[in-house]
Design a binder for this molecule. Structure first.
Ligand code: FAD
Length: 299
């Protein structure tokens, strides 16, 4: 494989440490880290990867990821250079997959469009938000999605209407199909800019007061188990402040694991396993991770 010679016009980094990009500041190296600028560049890379039978991983803004310390073999596409967004008709915004969800909420405010306020503090990309069906404060991305354009691993471009995405709590069909999300159209409602701003300011204040935003983290580590609050389970088990290596159960929000002292991905995964085992023993509740854990262990 000589990816750099084959694609001289695409930004490609070899043996690149992913800890430079993940929100936890942990993780090993990608063999090749590729930053396509548009869907044609994505298409070229996907077709090359298919022909060469290489492994392919896609990242958005890496805010919901733990990349293991052994890194990721093959080609890793990071979408963050595909970040254009615009209004395409009175109530519809379109964004490329690497665009920031937070910036999209600002564009919605600029056009007095309501529906995206809940997302004003979620630090993901558009693609990552759709893949995860990200949500907060009673809203979910699924509530405002019209259509999603993807490219399959075979190089086919397809469009999914909202019902075809099979959204549910922190889940979309893309978690099973492995398509790469290219762009997304959002249907919003005409609103009052002052009220939209007031709601966004209120939610930002709530987030700042409750979440340990001063440390690197990947947000809520676990999904909410039916009938329980994850943070309360972890808090009641006395795990707040518990540390493995440089990873610590946040003292401010028990659902977060923060990198307080040069944590490794192994510190994170060991602490996750410890929390799961403790809560199972104490409450017989299985905590399933919301954060995606990918890559290889160190040999
Ligand atoms: P990544 O972390 O890069 O990837 C997540 C998954 O999506 C991976 O499996 C990846 O392969 C896949 N993916 C990413 N882009 C694409 C694409 N273009 N095509 C196909 N697959 C793709 N989440 C919430 O839901 N609500 C919150 O309130 C919230 N608060 C957070 C607060 C903090 C401080 C942090 C650090 C995280 C928070 N998160 C929250 C988690 C995270 O921001 C969201 O899950 C976000 O949607 C992830 O987007 P991303 O672009 O960072 O995805």
């Amino acid at each position: 494989m000589n990816l750099l010679e084959k694609f001289p016009n695409i930004k490609i980094l070899k043996d690149e440490p992913l800890s430079k990009y993940t929100y936890t500041k942990t993780g090993g190296k990608a063999d090749y880290l590729v930053f396509p600028k548009d869907r044609f560049q994505v298409e070229s890379i996907v077709n090359f990867v298919k022909d060469q039978q290489l492994a392919l991983t896609v990242l958005g803004n890496a805010s919901n990821l733990i990349v293991k310390d052994g890194g990721i073999r093959g080609v890793v596409i990071m979408m963050t250079e595909m970040k254009s967004m615009r209004r395409i008709d009175s109530n519809t915004l379109e964004a490329e997959s690497g665009a920031s969800l937070i910036k999209l909420t600002h564009l919605a405010l600029d056009h007095s469009l309501t529906g995206l306020e809940f997302a004003c503090g979620i630090p993901g990309s558009i693609g990552g938000a759709v893949y995860m069906n990200a949500g907060a404060y009673g809203g979910e991305v699924k509530d405002v999605i019209d259509e999603v354009d993807v490219i399959s691993r075979d190089g086919l471009i397809k469009t999914f209407k909202n019902p075809d995405c099979h959204f549910s709590y922190r889940h979309s069909i893309f978690q099973e199909q492995n398509d790469l999300i290219l762009s997304v159209r959002f249907k919003l409602q005409a609103g009052d800019a002052a009220l939209i701003k007031e709601e966004m300011d209120h939610l930002t204040h709530l987030r700042q007061s409750k979440q340990p935003l001063e440390y690197p983290s990947c947000g809520s580590v676990f999904k909410r188990p039916e009938g329980y609050y994850t943070g309360k389970l972890i808090q009641d088990a006395g795990l707040q402040g518990h540390r493995i290596g440089g990873a610590e159960v946040s003292k401010k929000h028990a659902g977060f694991i923060v990198n307080v002292d040069n944590a490794t991905a192994t510190d994170y995964t060991d602490l996750i396993a410890f929390i799961q085992a403790t809560i199972w023993k104490k409450n017989q509740v299985r905590l399933e991770t919301e954060v995606r854990i990918i890559g290889e262990d160190v040999d």
